[in-house]
Design a protein around this ligand. Sequence first.
Ligand SMILES: [Zn+2]
Length: 263
Amino acid sequence: MRFSVAQFCGDNLGLNALLGFTESFSSNYFCRTCKAHKTTTRTQTKEDVTLMRNEVNHAEDVRHANLSETGVRRDSVLNNLSYFHVTHNQVADITHDLLEGVGPYELKLVLSSLIEDKHLTLEKLNFRITSFDYGFPDLKNKPSVIGKHELKNPEGAMHQSAAQTWCLLRLLPCMIGDLIPEDNRHWELLLLLLDCMEFIFSPSLTLEATVYLAAIIDEHHSLFLELYPNLHLRPKHHFMEPDPVAPPALAICSEMSKCLEKS
Ligand SMILES: [Zn+2]
């Protein structure tokens, strides 16, 4: 039996450790796929094609042996495999990036803005959360009520599991959409995030869909920066941005076909 390693799945910390990158997401170069400095990523709405990691600059970074200047902790033993290189690993950690990262963070910011603009009250929101008919598939994911203190601290933890957050985000337009004016920009940000998630959580994507996804992520991140000029994009926003050089599906297919040809 012949086989080839195409991609490694894991959470952000596990992947960074396994592939030999920094294990701190507050370090200067925290991204596995690019060499953008953390200050650049705070306002960057799409990956910069000139900063992508590749086999050549990765070998230089390993030789340079300076974690704070490269984000590379060590060479990975996985680079000894015939058809795999750590810079080709495109896997993202969507539970941590979205359901426990960007999702609850933006949900709290947007709900706070809607409450501040008097489109709804926290009591009304919680009433709709508790009385909504979730149906059989979502009954076990029913979101918890949201506390006032949670909205005051958007960066703090939200008292919902990842499944509850996903359920709340998906169904929120049905729960409170009737209360929000059509041209509300904060609401638009949340709807854009839901559009992105629709693609990101899809079991498979066409190449064309990855191009469209990159465009709506760019639009979403730009709107975030416009609406919240005192905040910046977080590392989990950055991890949403697809690699412009090697779309995941193509990267996997080309490695696998090379392997099959040789064997
Ligand atoms: Zn990057």
